[in-house]
Design a protein around this ligand. Sequence first.
Ligand SMILES: Cc1cc2nc3c(=O)[nH]c(=O)nc-3n(C[C@H](O)[C@H](O)[C@H](O)COP(=O)(O)O)c2cc1C
Length: 373
Amino acid sequence: MAIAHAPDGGAPATPRESDLPVWGGPADLLRFFLGWAVLAPSRHNAQPWVFEVEGDEARVYADPWRALPAVDPRDRELEMACGAALLNLRLAAAHFGWATSHEVVAGGRRDGMLARLRLEERRAPGPDEEELFRAIPRRRTCRLPLEGRDPPGGLVARLSRDAAEEGAVLRPVEDAERAAIAELVAEGDRTQWADGRVRAEYARWTRTGGSPRRDGMPAWSLGLSDAAAFLQPIWLRVSDPGAVEAERDRRRVAAARVLLCLGSWGDHPADHVVAGQALQRVLLRAAGAGLAACYLGSPVEVPELARRLRDTLGMRAFPQVLFRVGYGGTMRPTPRRPVDDVVRRMEPLPPPPAMIAVSGGRAPAGAGEARSR
Ligand SMILES: Cc1cc2nc3c(=O)[nH]c(=O)nc-3n(C[C@H](O)[C@H](O)[C@H](O)COP(=O)(O)O)c2cc1C
């Protein structure tokens, strides 16, 4: 497999398959597979995940330091991003010949754990897993205009099945619903951009092309020049681009060949993780067919509008993300932090001295188990 190089810092964005630690244990394998997990999409490319690897288990945690309180106050999209990373991890394990089991944990845990995955036994990957795995490094968000070409026949039905297989629902927006949805998107844009905290957060996660940071949105991915990205924090402090953004998104909704709303059957953290896995599966399937995605976040992110979106589409499920897919120009990959930066170090617990004395020098049960920092 060719290595895709991220433009910023020249860091490899995709791990090399030939680096598979063939002589390593399950923890080494899991760390290796995480190289694909971190290629998942996340709002503002905040990469809000932390992983723990212990034996044959990897655990996925929310990283509260990378939350986006202005645009995502309930951590809904943060949890979806972690779900997307979990799907990549499952696919990487499958590609390298491992059956896995995984569990999305009920939300609200104080430690932020969202899911765990375990390596089970060896088995050959299926063709579907291979197709999705191969699309991981090719998936892109494209905010530039998409082409007017129709996607292959049957693709939308395939995407809907993908969402359903992951426990979510995909609702294509019909032509007759376009005008109403365009209104909601425009209203959402105006509402969000009028909020100085949303503008400040956006500016904080925008990067100039030469930035050494390996997170956030590079200027080129937003269609901005470096100079514009550099000046953006000042510009967004004094001006509200809501009207311009609303008009642009209204046109995007009208021009989209395929406009989709992904929903979940509940609206709790575990549902968001499930929705994130479903979203990623849909995006990978689309990427495999050469299509990129472009998100229209505002009507789902403003709670009052999310209710109206649900009514307008007559969905029983809770809308979690509205996006269009289509053929776009060639986009470069956005940067990612290396796996070492997102895996928590595990240290062996020192055996408690008093207990060693009681057990006659033999390590008591539990001593030597790992503890995370
Ligand atoms: C749940 C979720 C919501 C997102 N919402 C938006 C959005 O509203 N607008 C947008 O431009 N990008 C949105 N994105 C895309 C991210 O900005 C993008 O994934 C990130 O910049 C990394 O780029 P990449 O997808 O090309 O790897 C969203 C991504 C996720 C996972």
